[in-house]
Design a protein around this ligand. Structure first.
Ligand SMILES: Nc1ncnc2c1ncn2[C@@H]1O[C@H](COP(=O)(O)OP(=O)(O)O)[C@@H](O)[C@H]1O
Ligand SMILES: [Mg+2]
Length: 613
């Protein structure tokens, strides 16, 4: 920043309107998205419009105290993230100011003293660097020079930044270094360039990779309704729309805690200040169930409350995704969680309103779709840069949407739907009846099942009684049962369930069992909070086996009450919260008891028995 000050020509403020400033004198040298600095106040802004005789910039901080004719310089770079060891466990605002320091140094409510300049990542902390390359090796962008154990859970690979390559002429010895110290030098065409551990990357620009790879692995969430019916792929995109209190934040937190991503970037956007403080507080207490270490050791938090400047809010999801891409480039599976993108879209609307742009639907700017698409398109599985082949990484994006009054046809939900491959529609009625996660199975969807079937088949648990009922077939059967239930719902209301034929009553009964024992999942129960794939397969297969056997009983003339009275059903209902993942084979015991009980009632009434009602 200070380098550019020296060579700067000044512009000056010609008008101020909220967070927007009009600047004269820079219009001939400045680019869109360049940052400017109001010299005297040390306030940073971003150029969002350029005219022939002035430019408009939006400030990242309060403009209180700014006067006409205050000097402004062009910093000649767009808003960038600093990428280096020290990101993990940290909490930033949308423009990467470290919030824990802000909270400690300000009045404790996140109101920062205006114009304070502080490094995003600590300059004094020493990291233990282990070199992995030798002098004279020819290196490409993306090659790993060495590693730093950033947290007990994550090794940070120090990579040659995109755009650079050359012969390694110098690399430091194994030892402790701060991120600004010189680590290595590359020589190209007789010119030598020195590098430290910091990369800078503009937030609105995708970080490059070698090529995209179609997703073929699920992001296992441990939520049964998702992993079976509406799966997400590593490198995929999903929207989680739902009205207030339908469980968006609980789902996001469960994903942060349980999903099999290596690194989590959590962007809390625009909720009330105390709500964000709450979320941060909760995150700081969570223990990573897999490692037993604090979850924060593999999380970067980005928080913007509604009392922070609107422009920082707008940047935040792109800041998050940029940090995510950086860890993807190291070869990690990264999940970016944005809660909620509606608050983010509202910040677009606010700025657009200030600029007096022609509004499109419901006051949102006409560029809402392109911004949303720019965000979601940064997800994917990639083969990373670097001469070491075979390094792949993924970035998964999970964005919650909070449509006012839960109406999914409003612009943000409807537009988001165009850019995501999966949709977990949260339903206020389900939430109200305590059916959590409140994912509506009729209007949710996922386009990933075909991509990930092979992954599941490699882990299938074959049941002799149910040949060829793999994961894909299980989800087909469950979908069929739930959709028949839905088709029957009108007639059921009209004539009453008990007047339906026995086989249809059976479908209704099994649908209810699926909902109560499988789809409903308590995020706060020690056993139920996470279901791994082994338990999931066994748990759904036992319900489908019950269905299969019951259908035969009904064909033989048994009535629905014979099935409802099976004592084993109580055990099936309790699997979720009584059988831990590692004991998933206990479900086999329930299976044998089920088959035994079915045999015994067949025996009791004789195989050819026809019961008369
Ligand atoms: N999976 C779940 N298991 C149990 N309770 C849940 C679950 N999801 C949501 N809830 C309940 O619903 C409340 C509201 O959820 P929250 O995620 O804060 O809603 P939103 O973010 O959509 O406004 C939670 O405080 C919790 O009591
Ligand atoms: Mg919430």
């Amino acid at each position: 920043m200070n380098d550019s000050k020296a060579s700067a020509t000044y512009g000056y403020i010609s008008s101020v309107s909220g967070s927007l400033i009009e600047i004269k004198g820079l219009e001939n040298q400045i680019r869109l998205h360049d940052q400017v600095q109001i010299v005297e106040h040390n306030i940073i802004g971003e150029v969002i419009q350029i005219y022939s005789d002035h430019v408009i910039a939006q400030c990242f901080e309060s403009t209180n105290g700014i006067k006409l004719s205050d000097k402004v310089i062009n910093l000649k770079e767009s808003l960038s993230m600093e990428l280096a060891p020290g990101l993990l466990s940290n909490i930033f605002d949308g423009i990467q100011r470290p919030l824990d320091i802000i909270f400690n140094s300000s009045d404790g409510h996140g109101f920062l003293e205006i114009g304070i300049e502080m490094p995003s990542i600590s300059r004094t902390k020493k990291w233990h660097f282990t070199p992995e390359k030798k002098i004279n090796e020819n290196l490409e962008a993306g090659d790993i020079i060495g590693t730093v154990q950033e947290s007990p859970l994550i090794k940070h690979h120090i990579m040659v930044p995109p755009g650079f390559f050359g012969r390694l002429t110098y690399v430091v010895k194994k030892g402790d270094y701060s991120i600004e110290e010189e680590i290595y030098k590359l020589e190209h065409n007789g010119e030598e360039k020195s590098f430290n551990m910091i990369q800078k990357w503009p937030i609105y620009k995708n970080r490059p990779y070698k090529k995209r790879i179609p997703p073929n692995e699920p992001l296992i969430t441990g939520m049964r309704v998702i992993d079976l019916l509406f799966p997400l792929a590593k490198g995929g995109t999903v929207a989680v729309p739902g009205g207030f209190g339908t469980g968006k934040t609980v789902i996001q937190q469960s994903l942060a805690k349980w999903s099999d991503a290596d690194v989590i970037i959590f962007c809390g956007v625009g909720e009330r200040g105390n709500e964000i403080a709450d979320v941060l507080h909760q995150f700081s207490k969570i223990i990573d169930p897999k490692s037993g270490r604090p979850l924060l050791e593999r999380i970067v938090l980005i928080a913007n409350t509604s009392n922070m400047p609107v422009s920082a809010r707008e940047a935040s999801i792109f800041s998050g995704v940029t940090i995510g891409e950086y860890y993807r480039d190291m070869g990690y599976n990264v999940a970016v969680l944005a809660d909620s993108t509606s608050r983010w879209a509202e910040s677009l609307r606010e700025i657009s309103g200030l600029l007096e742009e022609m509004p499109a639907e419901e006051g949102y700017p006409a560029y809402l779709p392109s911004k949303l698409s720019n965000f979601y398109e940064r997800a994917g599985v990639v083969s990373t840069l670097g001469s070491d082949t075979n390094r792949t990484g993924s970035l998964t994006i999970i964005g919650s949407v909070s449509p006012p009054s839960g109406d999914f046809s409003e612009p943000v939900t409807a537009t988001t739907k165009r850019f995501v491959q999966a949709f977990w529609a949260l339903d206020a009625r389900l939430a109200y009846s305590k059916h959590y996660p409140a994912i509506n199975w009729l209007n949710s969807y996922s386009n990933y099942p075909e991509n990930i079937t092979e992954w599941w088949n490699a882990r299938d648990i074959k049941w002799d009684e149910m040949i060829n009922t793999d994961w894909f077939e299980c989800r087909n059967q469950v979908n069929r049962i739930l959709s028949i239930e839905n088709e029957l719902s009108n007639i059921t209301q009209l004539i009453g369930e008990e007047n339906l034929p026995e086989d249809q009553q059976l479908v209704l009964f099994i649908a209810k069992l699926i909902k109560n024992s499988f789809l409903i999942q308590n995020a706060f129960d020690d056993i139920d909070n996470y279901t791994d794939y082994g338990k999931l397969l066994n748990q759904i297969k036992i319900i489908l086996l019950l269905y299969k056997e019951s259908k035969q009983l009904i064909k033989k003339g048994f009535i629905i009450d014979d099935i409802k009275n099976l004592t084993i059903i109580n055990n099936i209902l309790r699997i979720s919260h009584t059988i831990p993942n590692e004991k998933f084979n206990d479900i086999m015991k329930i299976k044998y008891e089920l088959l035994k009980e079915i045999d015994s009632i067949k025996y009791l009434y004789g195989d050819q028995h026809q019961r008369l009602i």
